[in-house]
Design a protein. Structure first.
Lengths: 222, 222
DNA sequence: GGCCTTGTTATGCAAGTGTATAAATAGCCT
DNA sequence: AGGCTATTTATACACTTGCATAACAAGGCC
């Protein structure tokens, strides 16, 4: 599509800038995620991605062996970002284990983790995990990492309450809490406008504390 | 392109049987779901679907205006089947509300609802809900129907315990329980072999009863 | 400034896509 | 049994897709 009203030679070769390698790869990956989120895997063609990245399709092959690899790298980048953000909420200094757990739940049930675009991406990719071992492994690792984090905090919380759960108990708590967070995350991503701000987090904290058998805090302590 | 050296008529027209209309549509929808589950939306081409259904691609156009409509009908059929199965566990005569709730949780966390194929389908379609209003509405309706069922049972359970929750309390319980079931469902579908049989259901029941503040039953009562 | 490397564009191609249309035949009706 | 009709197959087509290759020019280097 040449620009119609242009005095300069119509079939002039497109101007371009040379970006650094890392920058270009990053841009291409981001454009890929955008395209997948918006149009799905089928709509994310090399041309669409290139258009979004502001380059022409051929360039992609300069940075990636093929489309498959681009998609895999994009997915890896996505899960990396997700788990990183999620875990970031756990590094609170001088906070009680219980507060850290609550903060963790809250962080996972608000923006930017509750986000329709990220959810769309997650669902699109995870739907292929059943038949794509690469995706399956990427997910498995992310999931187990997340659950281990949960299990660690749970152990701290219970220890602070003088309770000594055995390994299986701990595992079950982690699985359940993980499920609560995942389930609420999905609900929030898919139908965010059905919940008032902070409502999901409040529901999540109450559910998690009930699961652990923690006695509700008094109003003024919160 | 006639085959020159062949005595028998190589290019004989393929034999076929005429199936009833409803049967054919059903077969085509099933073949579509199979194809999507196995190859994803991009891999589910008309030819792939037709091959799986044992017909040729052209026939699809005889039953559906286009691929788009076929996919939508397939998704509608899927969510219909899912919610139907889920709710079926609730129609237990002469069982206490608490037993019915437990049965509901158990049913949702075992085969055939815990199923990698169904999950793959769900994820693939739901990933497009963000940009496809038709899919979004189909999901929304299924989700709300499910949550209303949950809310109804929860109300019965609490009533049986002489507790009178207000509307908001009830809603929050339903949202949390829905999340627990969804989250465990995902974990089971994605990594079923990580859990022993019945383990997810046990975790789910405990979590749900904790959420509702039900006191654990004594061993011999279970 | 003029070259040289290589990031980038442009063009081409074979395979596959959804859709349209024509040809055939299965199976019901009389 | 034989014709009719609508289901089904077969073929064609325009278009898109991922990938390959050639032409080009941006920007560092001397």
């Amino acid at each position: 599509m040449p620009d119609a009203a242009d005095p300069a030679p119509m079939n002039a070769r497109r101007k371009f800038r040379r970006e650094g390698e890392e920058r270009r790869r990053q841009d291409l990956i981001e454009a890929t995620l955008d395209s997948v989120a918006e149009y799905g895997l089928q709509g994310a063609t090399l041309r669409t991605i290139a258009l979004r990245a502001g380059v022409t399709a051929g360039l992609i092959r300069h940075y990636f062996p093929g489309k498959e690899e681009l998609l895999q790298e994009a997915y890896t980048a996505l899960v990396g970002r997700m788990t990183e953000q999620a875990k970031a909420a756990l590094v609170m200094e001088d906070a009680s284990p219980r507060q850290r757990l609550a903060a963790f739940v809250t962080a996972n049930l608000n923006a930017p983790i509750i986000d329709a675009r990220v959810f769309s991406l997650w669902a699109t990719f995870i739907g292929r995990a059943g038949s794509d071992p690469t995706l399956a492994r990427a997910h498995r690792e992310g999931y187990l990492g997340f659950r281990n984090e949960v299990e660690a905090v749970v152990a701290e919380v219970l220890a602070a309450e003088q309770r000594k759960p055995d390994a299986n108990e701990l595992r079950h708590h982690a699985i359940a809490i993980n499920a609560i967070i995942d389930g609420l995350w999905i609900e929030g991503c898919l139908a965010g406008e059905m919940f008032s701000p902070g409502e999901l987090a409040a529901i999540g904290i109450k559910a998690v504390e009930a699961e652990l058998g923690l006695v509700p805090e008094r109003e003024e302590d919160q």
